[in-house]
Ligand binder design. Structure first.
Ligand SMILES: Cc1cc2nc3c(=O)[nH]c(=O)nc-3n(C[C@H](O)[C@H](O)[C@H](O)COP(=O)(O)O)c2cc1C
Length: 401
């Protein structure tokens, strides 16, 4: 069954950062949300409603008094349609109005009337933000379960540096998704995800590592966050941007990853090991750079790194990954039995569009009884959701700490 399209009511207010709301509207629309934009009168001094109408493909609400508007007759129509209300950028003025319960324009009326969660991304001069009145109003709204994103520190419109910049759009987007999913099927669950390829130092400048990009693990962590889970992402070095709305623990070596996993699983309901930990490390790393001129033939002695899955025990759902280049399913079934896992996700890294670095993946999910579910080629986000469906079902059955 097709999932219902979610509605984001995007409130845009009179800040110099209003132009950035167009990019947010675009990103939300591209990701399948219905975006209904409400602009205050001041916002329209900064950016035209036409921009949002074209980006979202929806009429833009600019006043309460437009007889042609499909929403104007019933000023609470958007309040009821909203799955989330996001105000970005939010002025000091709108924050104060909302804290007082004012409803003198379409945006404030909608917020007062909605039962949907509300995300506020303030943007203003640093003195306006620091002003005690603004701070008191922010605290008041936080107590009423409004979620604030930012503001950030940095260059302000006035040219000086300070706290008041609109948060990064990635962060606003991530937190909006988190808030939208907070009543999801993983609500209240603690999920630990590992991602990326660990690296083992050879000397201060060189290391042994692998081609894992971390994309699969990050996709799982983000999907779990968007379904209501409290997520700890234990990440080896990757080139990926850090998602917001989850805890990130950065590690380098397999040993560091093991320590981080052992600490995180104490309170976990599920551990999903999507990382590619280096299996071997130099017996002795050189403290000084190994000089090319001084060695004609470098022979490295390697030892095994700790086996993370074998070293973490407990009553939580355990999911492993098996990146294989041959006998994919047979090797994965062997691994699930040896390591006593609940599920294993096997993929053939030699297949085009699958495995390391790709945005897509073709995987087979295998359970403890050896039953294999071969999925078609999917995006890593889709694979993450299919896997989390299985984890969610196991948790419902009562398999958790
Ligand atoms: C050039 C300019 C930039 C402004 N930038 C901001 C801003 O970033 N944040 C803010 O709170 N107010 C800013 N203001 C003031 C608001 O536009 C003003 O308080 C207005 O009443 C806000 O109305 P609204 O909250 O209904 O959109 C700015 C005003 C001007 C003229």
């Amino acid at each position: 069954m097709a999932e219902k399209v979610k509605t984001v009511v995007l409130g845009v207010t009179g800040s110099i950062a209003a132009f950035k709301a167009a990019e947010l509207a675009s990103r939300l629309t591209r990701n399948g949300f219905r975006v209904e934009t409400i602009m205050t009168a001041s916002a329209q001094e900064f950016i035209s409603p036409l921009t949002f109408r074209n980006i979202t493909g929806r009429p833009v609400v600019t006043t309460m008094w437009d007889p042609a508007s499909e929403f104007s007759v019933e000023h609470i129509a958007l309040a009821e349609a909203a799955d989330v209300v996001l105000i970005a950028p939010a002025t000091a003025n709108i924050i104060t109005k909302l804290a007082c319960g004012l409803a003198d324009d379409m945006l404030s009326s909608t917020v007062l009337a909605t039962r949907a969660p509300i995300v506020i991304a303030p943007a203003m001069n640093d003195n306006m933000w620091a002003n005690e009145i603004t701070q008191q109003n922010v605290e008041k709204l936080k107590k009423r379960d409004f979620t604030f994103v930012g503001p950030a520190e940095g260059r302000l419109a006035s040219g000086k540096k300070g706290l008041g910049r609109l948060a990064e759009l990635d962060e606003i987007f991530d937190i909006t998704l988190k808030v939208l999913g907070r009543k999801g099927d993983l609500k209240g669950r603690r999920i630990v995800v590992t991602a990326g390829g660990t690296s083992e130092p050879l000397d201060p400048v060189r290391c042994l590592t692998n081609h894992s990009s971390g994309k699969m693990g990050y996709a799982i962590a983000e999907a779990a966050r968007n379904r209501g889970a409290e997520v700890t992402l234990i990440s080896a070095s990757t080139a990926l941007s850090r998602p917001a709305g989850l805890e990130i623990v950065s590690v380098k070596t397999t040993e560091e990853m093991l320590n981080a996993v052992q600490a995180a699983v104490k309170k976990a309901d599920a551990l999903i090991m999507a990382a590619a930990p280096a299996d071997f490390r130099p017996v002795k790393a050189s403290s000084a750079k190994i000089k090319r001129q001084s060695i004609s033939n470098l022979i490295l002695e390697l030892e095994k790194t700790p086996d993370i899955l074998a070293s973490v025990k407990g009553n939580f759902v355990r999911v492993g990954f098996a990146a294989e280049s041959d006998h994919v399913v047979e090797n994965a079934v062997d691994k699930i039995r040896r390591k006593g896992l609940d599920l294993i996700v096997a993929n053939d890294i030699t297949e085009k569009g699958s495995g390391f670095g790709a945005d897509t993946n073709r995987v087979t999910i295998i359970d403890g009884e050896g039953r294999a579910d071969a999925l078609p080629m999917l995006t890593k986000g889709q694979v993450a959701d299919r896997l989390l469906d299985r984890v969610s079902a196991l948790l419902k059955k009562g398999k958790s700490g």
